[in-house]
Ligand binder design. Structure first.
Ligand SMILES: CC(C)(COP(=O)(O)OP(=O)(O)OC[C@H]1O[C@@H](n2cnc3c(N)ncnc32)[C@H](O)[C@@H]1OP(=O)(O)O)[C@@H](O)C(=O)NCCC(=O)NCCS
Length: 176
């Protein structure tokens, strides 16, 4: 990112709230041998790359703006994905703060021969919306929460942000 001058906080006045469904995104690709380790499992680094892209799609769709990855708050590899399987990623915005948003990504493997799907990875990534002209963070439309599950994810995203900020504060104190 280019150097930016600090401006007053961007206003979200007038931004129309959007439902979580507006950000929902899905992408898929075939696991080819070049992307696997000697055991024929998809490289974790490639999963992270795909997670970043799928999450950015959801953040961009919600904010209708360019977005940058600010932090990866959590990633958990539960099951491997084998060469020849499909890797499927589903993402959605869990919570909007002001200029930042937390996006949840679920990754699945799908066996092309049997159709069996397995949940392989969960990740939470925070993005900041960036104004195309000023290159400054810009306010993001509020979220409309509908289901109990959406409300639960919204609450949990708040707890993750709180924990991240507390850790950042602790680290900054340790440096002093
Ligand atoms: C993310 C970034 C735009 C924040 O800029 P900044 O000058 O710190 O901006 P501010 O302090 O005004 O914070 C803006 C928002 O970013 C959030 N933020 C800043 N650093 C963050 C971090 N490490 N993790 C999560 N959120 C962060 C703030 O909480 C704030 O969110 P809010 O408005 O919803 O409360 C800036 O640090 C940056 O450009 N980082 C590099 C991003 C990058 O190159 N990513 C990889 C390629 S896409």
């Amino acid at each position: 990112m280019p150097n930016r001058k600090k401006n007053p906080p961007p206003s979200d006045a007038g931004l129309k709230p959007k439902p979580i469904s507006a950000s929902r995104s899905e992408m898929a690709e075939v696991v080819l041998p070049a992307l696997t380790n000697p055991l024929g499992k998809l490289l974790g680094g490639h999963v992270m790359h795909l997670v970043d892209i799928a999450a950015a799609m959801a953040a961009s769709r919600h904010s209708n703006s360019y977005v940058v990855t600010a932090s990866v708050d959590y990633i958990d590899f539960r099951n491997p994905i084998n060469v020849g399987e499909f890797v499927i990623l589903k993402s959605q915005v869990n919570r909007v703060f002001h200029t930042s948003m937390e996006v949840g990504v679920k990754v699945f493997s799908e066996n092309a021969l049997t159709g069996e799907r397995k949940h392989t990875t969960t990740a939470y990534v925070t993005f900041v919306a960036i104004d195309a002209i000023t290159r400054q963070p810009r306010a993001v439309a509020p979220l409309i929460l509908k289901t109990a599950e959406e409300k639960r994810r919204w609450r949990e995203a708040g707890a993750r942000r709180k924990a991240r900020l507390a850790l950042r504060y602790k680290k900054s104190r340790e440096k002093d």
